[in-house]
Design a protein around this ligand. Structure first.
Ligand code: SF4
Ligand code: F3S
Length: 104
């Protein structure tokens, strides 16, 4: 499965959701997740993210986020269409330490 990681937080560009063939993205207040059980590993979302926040679970950068994606995919609503990015998304892109800012 592919998973969404830290750099999505406070950016939430949502380009990723438009291309997913199985609509397995779920939206929180300032972060998106993929349901790893629904993802079919097609990989098309990865290059769509302007923040480069999406990685396959085989990538070390994805490992700590797999559980986060599973957890929130179970409770957040499904999202299938692009919406406006977060205010100041471009300012928050690539900032370190965003994990603590994730709104549950
Ligand atoms: Fe959807 Fe494919 Fe991305 Fe998985 S890899 S979340 S199936 S677009
Ligand atoms: Fe987040 Fe990138 Fe999608 S910032 S909402 S994973 S396009």
């Amino acid at each position: 499965a592919y998973v969404v990681t830290e750099n999505c937080i406070r950016c939430k560009y949502t380009d990723c959701v438009e291309v997913c063939p199985v609509d397995c993205f779920y939206a929180g207040e300032n972060f998106l997740v993929i349901n790893p059980d629904e993802c079919i590993d097609c990989g098309v979302c990865e290059p769509e993210c302007p923040a480069e926040a999406i990685f396959p679970d085989s990538d070390d950068r994805a490992t700590p986020w797999l559980e986060v994606n599973s957890k929130y995919a179970a409770v957040w609503p499904n999202i299938t269409r692009k919406i406006d990015s977060m205010p100041d998304a471009d300012d928050w892109k690539d900032k370190p330490g965003k994990e603590a800012m994730l709104s549950p």
